[in-house]
Each structure stands twice: as structure tokens, then as C-alpha cells.
Design a protein around this ligand. Structure first.
Ligand SMILES: Nc1ncnc2c1ncn2[C@@H]1O[C@H](COP(=O)(O)OP(=O)(O)OP(=O)(O)O)[C@@H](O)[C@H]1O
Length: 228
């Protein structure tokens, strides 16, 4: 079976560090599945995300063993631009992801870099803004929005690349209850639209929408039994 994402016996050690942060990670996520990963701070959750979206090994040059496959293809053999069309990642702090003067420009950035034609870019912008329910703000400055709304725009800017798989790396950490509710609704809608989703969370109460939850502990993944 070809998985959207498959991690095989993955080890990673940052350059200049003594220890492996990841120590034999194995994971297979099926199409349309929502998988949650919890773990205490510093346990390597973000490091695992970096391996899945190619930042490791393409940007961080530590010691990597094992592999991550996206639809059967090793991430290490793909360039970052093609990884980005397969897996999109939304990070914890929306302020580090938003840099354009309007929401429309923000969402256009990805497809413009793919050198798509104007018509296709226009369609992708409208669709992505529509999916996150932010049409009203299309011409607004992202920095005028609430934390939850900023995360929705960060999500729209990823959706416009049309990735089949989405990773949310602690996206609820800096937003209020109302914002979390909104983001969760959008994640469920994306699942129902057939997307494969990985949610990394500090706080497992945010993972009530996951089909299954794993815990990252001492560099390995285990089934989560309700306690960290
Ligand atoms: N670029 C880097 N270079 C060296 N060490 C790093 C780097 N990034 C992270 N680390 C180290 O790797 C370990 C795991 O960090 P990581 O950010 O993956 O954990 P995390 O579980 O995502 O934590 P948090 O919940 O706080 O985000 C930490 O000890 C951290 O200091």
C-alpha cells in the first residue's frame, strides 16, 4: 500500500549535538486519516515535522538515518518545491509565516512561485480563502487579524499549493478558545474533503478530532494512553 506519508526507522542528530533527538521513528499515515502526536516540550516533535517537510535534510545538515517517504518517494531525493506541493505545514506562530500586505497577496505567494498561469492562480486564491471562510478579509492586512484568523490565513496560503497532506505543528498554542474551535472545524472539513492530516500538539485536549493519537517520548512513538 502506498501511504501519503511513511516514516521508516528514522534517527536524527542535530549538527554539534551529542544525542539523537529521534531514535527509531516508524509511522504510516493512511489517506484521509487525522493522526495526532503529543509530547512534552523538547521531545522532538518539531524535528519530526522538519523531517517530513524536507527542512531536514535539505536545510539542517545533521546526521540522518532511516527515511521519510511521501507517496512512496524519499523526501531526501525531492527538492523543497516539490515537497511543498505534496505536504504543507502550518507552524505555531502565524506572525513568522505572514509577510504580505494583503491576505490575497499572502495566499497568492505559493502558486505564483509555482509559475502557474493567472487564471489558475486566481482560482486557487479564491478557493483557499473560501475554504477557511475569510473572503471578507481578502484585501485586509494580515496583521490586523486575531491570532486564530492569522492561523487560518497561514493555512489558506498553504492550501493554495494544493498539498494532499497537511501538518499542523502546535497551531493552537497561541490562540484563544474561539480560534481553536474555528481551526478544528476547518481541519475536520479538510479531512472530509480527503486530506491526510498530522496534528502535533502539546496539549492533547486539542486532539479530540484525531482518529488516533501517538506520543513522542525518548525519541520514539508509542500509542497514547491518556498520559504524557
Ligand atoms: N536547529 C537546532 N540545532 C540544534 N538543536 C536543536 C535545533 N532545533 C531543536 N534542537 C534541539 O532538539 C530538541 C528537540 O526540539 P524540538 O523543537 O523538535 O522539540 P519539540 O518537541 O517540538 O518542542 P516544543 O514543544 O518546545 O516545540 C531540543 O532539545 C532542541 O534544543
Amino acid at each position: 500500500m502506498m501511504y501519503p506519508i511513511e516514516v521508516k526507522d528514522l534517527y536524527y542528530q542535530y549538527a554539534g549535538k551529542e544525542e539523537n533527538i529521534l531514535r527509531g521513528i516508524n509511522l504510516q499515515i493512511k489517506k484521509g486519516e487525522v493522526v495526532g502526536i503529543v509530547g512534552l516540550s523538547g521531545n522532538g516533535k518539531s524535528t519530526l515535522c522538519y523531517c517530513m517537510c524536507g527542512i531536514i535534510p535539505h536545510v539542517f545538515k545533521g546526521k540522518l538515518k532511516g527515511e521519510v517517504l511521501l507517496f512512496g518517494k524519499p523526501v531526501k531525493d525531492m527538492d523543497l518545491a516539490s515537497v511543498a506541493t505534496k505536504v504543507g505545514i502550518v507552524f505555531q506562530d502565524p506572525d513568522t509565516q505572514l509577510f504580505s500586505p494583503t491576505i490575497e497577496d499572502e495566499v497568492a505567494f505559493g502558486p505564483e512561485n509555482l509559475c502557474l498561469n493567472r487564471e489558475e492562480i486566481g482560482e486557487r486564491i479564491s478557493e483557499a480563502i473560501d475554504v477557511v471562510g475569510m473572503e471578507k478579509y481578502r484585501y485586509s492586512n494580515p496583521h490586523c487579524l486575531s491570532g486564530g484568523q492569522k492561523q487560518l490565513i497561514a493555512l489558506a496560503s498553504i492550501l493554495s499549493l494544493k498539498p494532499e497532506m497537511l501538518i499542523f505543528d502546535e497551531v493552537m498554542a497561541q490562540i484563544d478558545t474561539e480560534g481553536r474551535k474555528l481551526i478544528k472545524e476547518k481541519i475536520v472539513a479538510l479531512k472530509n474533503a480527503g486530506k491526510t492530516i498530522l496534528m502535533i500538539e502539546h496539549d492533547f485536549s486539542n486532539l479530540d478530532i484525531a482518529d488516533r493519537t501517538l506520543v513522542l517520548k525518548s525519541g520514539k512513538l508509542e500509542v497514547f494512553k491518556g498520559k504524557l
